[in-house]
Design a protein around this ligand. Structure first.
Ligand code: GLA
Length: 410
């Protein structure tokens, strides 16, 4: 009897303390810890789109300098990612060897430099025996490589899929995922198998983001005989994938082409707006040292970036598809909502939009019929009316109108 009483008192004390633990005292599960490394879509810069294989340590340092001086760091960009071609060989013990000609100071020194700027370093490898540029891949060396990255101070790994020799993708990525989880340093894993094995179905908890298409080309709406996809192709693939995105696990719409010269200003604005609506990682892919004002303004538009980085982590839904004209909506925290009117055509869109006719069925907190919302244009940075009246404007060819709705007089 006495011992029963002791047990009851013990249970009471334990449950009292458990229910009074502060959030900060709680120990997250390994799964929550892993997801928290990319609680919002990762933002940074990657060398591939602009520089291909022509990478070296001075270039990477200059990009880190420019990320700070251009205001991109202040806007939220963090990762400087060296893509393919930094590695040349393995030594006799199987350790990966950085190219001594182009990275003479080694990767650790580069990581230190980048960390000194308050930024993080990303690196690239491949689940196959070779990378896509035929440098040594990580197959058979996953744990050794992960430990090496941790020693160097790497914070992000883009992991490709060339020379995969018919392996099972989920299993192959899981090996590197396990290696990174065991390496002693938090490292974000970017799965890059081009959407071939539906990574959105198995990628959560394995990596933090997964590519959904082959490589992007710097065009809004072109056909390339030799492969690759353009902005509209990627948007169409992303459209069906919204259920798979959320904090710690993102559909990767590919690195940005903003500033690389192949698209018009309106097209780059649509590209950046839609990547933000789609909660896609924002990885700039241009030369950060040589940006004109227009490019800086697009890449650092904090109101648009706030939509991308919203902590709810919802990916936009294409809730009206009228062929050339589409309306996308992304629920945000605080019962706000971002809406993007996308003009896919080469003609102007004379918009005359009656908000009261629509029901945003996918956004439970949003009731366009019950409340009136203020409408803010996120590119003009000003209020443009309320949902009580029609929104009338002209949207240029391949352009968009991106707005945020907030409950009036909130
Ligand atoms: C693949 C990837 C690209 C890039 C190159 C590097 O094509 O999809 O993003 O990393 O390899 O070789």
């Amino acid at each position: 009897m006495k011992s029963n009483l002791v047990i009851i008192i013990h249970i009471f004390i334990c449950s009292f303390f458990a229910s009074h633990l502060q959030a900060s005292d709680r120990v997250d599960s390994p799964e929550e810890d892993f997801l928290s490394l990319a609680a919002t879509p990762p933002m940074g810069w990657n060398s591939w789109n602009k520089f291909g294989c022509n990478v070296n340590e001075d270039l990477i340092k200059e990009m880190a300098d420019a990320m700070v001086s251009s205001g991109m760091k202040d806007a939220g960009y963090t990762y400087i990612v060296i893509d393919d071609c930094w590695q040349v060989d393995r030594d006799q013990d199987g350790f990966i060897v950085p190219d001594p000609e182009h990275f003479p100071s080694g990767i650790k020194a580069l990581a230190d430099y980048i960390h000194g700027k308050g930024l993080k370093l990303g690196i690239y490898s491949c689940a196959g025996s070779l990378t896509c540029q035929a440098r040594p891949g990580s197959r058979g060396h996953e744990f050794q490589d992960a430990r090496q990255y941790a020693e160097w101070g790497v914070d992000f790994l883009k992991y490709d899929w060339c020379y995969n020799e018919g392996r099972n993708a989920e299993a192959a990525y899981k090996i590197m995922s396990d290696a990174l989880k065991a390496c002693g340093r938090p490292i974000v894993l970017s799965i890059c198998e081009w959407g071939e094995n539906e990574p959105w179905k198995w990628g959560k908890g394995v990596g933090h983001m997964w590519r959904v298409t082959p490589d992007i080309r710097d065009c809004f709406d072109c056909l390339f005989d030799w492969g690759g996809v353009v902005v509209l192709n990627i948007i169409d693939v992303m459209a069906d994938l919204y259920p798979y995105a959320g904090p710690g696990h993102w559909n990767d719409a590919e690195m940005l082409e903003v500033g690389n010269g192949g698209m018009s200003k309106d097209e780059y604005i649509s590209h950046f707006s839609m990547w933000s609506m789609l909660a896609a990682p924002l990885m700039a892919g241009n030369d950060l040292r040589k940006m004109d004002q227009e490019t800086i303004e697009i890449l650092t538009n904090k109101e648009v970036i706030a939509v991308n980085q919203d902590k709810l982590g919802k990916q936009a839904v294409r809730f009206m598809d009228m062929g050339d004209h589409e309306i996308w909506a992304k629920p945000l925290s605080d019962a706000e909502i971002a809406v993007c009117f996308l003009n896919r055509s080469l003609q102007e869109w004379n918009l005359d939009y009656d908000w009261k006719k629509q029901t945003m069925y996918f956004a439970r907190d949003i009731n366009i019929h019950k409340y009136e919302y203020d409408i803010r244009d996120l590119w003009k940075h000003k209020q443009i009316g309320t949902t009580g009246r029609n929104t009338k404007t002209t949207i240029p060819p391949h352009g968009c109108l991106m707005v945020k709705l907030s409950k009036k007089n909130k």
